[in-house]
Design a protein around this ligand. Structure first.
Ligand SMILES: [Zn+2]
Length: 236
């Protein structure tokens, strides 16, 4: 085995592993941004819902006041009509209706007072929610902008590494490179070139045979009997 290229191979591996990390990182960014947008929408929805609560109470107050005014008009009419009726029973019925309306008016007024209390509370809650949510939106916005910057940096770094790569590839023996590439694209994600530490392959965590250790000492690099990755002894 041509062994002179261990240093170059390690440099290539460092670049490739960095590249792999960055590409993985880049893939997760769109989802993170989507999550930020969803978070922003939820915050905006909570402000809108607090505003809607205020509007609902305002509408209830309007309806209550309209009802009071309707009952008052009705009573004014009844009072006017009552002065013209001749029959005592009819007159009594009208007075009874007026009294009923007065009772209804009093109920509506009580309801209205409670609604004004509710309105006060809802407005307070709306302003607190609005303020908190505006702060939250600012944070989300700045995180979003940071993520865009970060994503650009990652892309720049990836293209820089891709440009550097061919120079490193040239320095590696083609046969070793072919095995290296196969190992790099392997499913388990283990680095193709692994250090042997205390007699253990750092790729598969199994003990390397003394024979293989001898090979490494002689050739600087060997192939792990267990996981087939390239193995080497790191400098002391
Ligand atoms: Zn191994």
């Amino acid at each position: 085995m041509a062994v002179t290229c261990l240093d170059e191979l390690l440099k290539l591996q460092e670049l490739d592993l960095r590249l792999r990390d960055l590409e993985l990182r880049l893939k997760t960014i769109p989802q993170e941004m989507k999550n930020m947008i969803a978070k922003r929408d939820a915050v905006n929805a909570s402000t809108a819902s607090a505003a809607a609560a205020v509007r609902r109470i305002e509408l209830d107050i309007k309806a209550s006041e309209a009802e009071i005014s309707r009952l008052q008009n009705e009573n004014a009419k009844l009072l006017q009509q009552s002065s013209q009726v001749k029959k005592q029973t009819e007159y009594q019925a009208m007075l009874q209706a007026i009294d009923n309306n007065k009772k209804k008016i009093s109920d509506e007024e009580e309801k209205s007072i409670l609604l004004y209390d509710d309105l006060e509370a809802a407005k307070k809650s709306y302003f607190v929610t609005k303020k908190n949510n505006e702060d939250e939106i600012k944070i989300i916005k700045s995180e979003f902008d940071e993520m865009i910057d970060y994503s650009k940096k990652v892309e720049t770094e990836i293209s820089r590494l891709k440009k550097e790569r061919p120079e490193l590839v040239k320095k590696v023996n083609p046969d070793i490179l072919s095995t290296y590439t196969r190992l790099l694209n392997g499913k388990n994600g283990t680095p193709p070139v692994c250090a042997v530490e205390d007699g253990i392959c750092s790729g598969c965590h199994l003990r390397v045979t003394p024979q293989t250790i001898n090979d490494i000492v002689r050739e600087r690099m060997a192939v792990c009997d267990n996981c087939q990755c390239f193995i080497y002894l790191p400098a002391e």
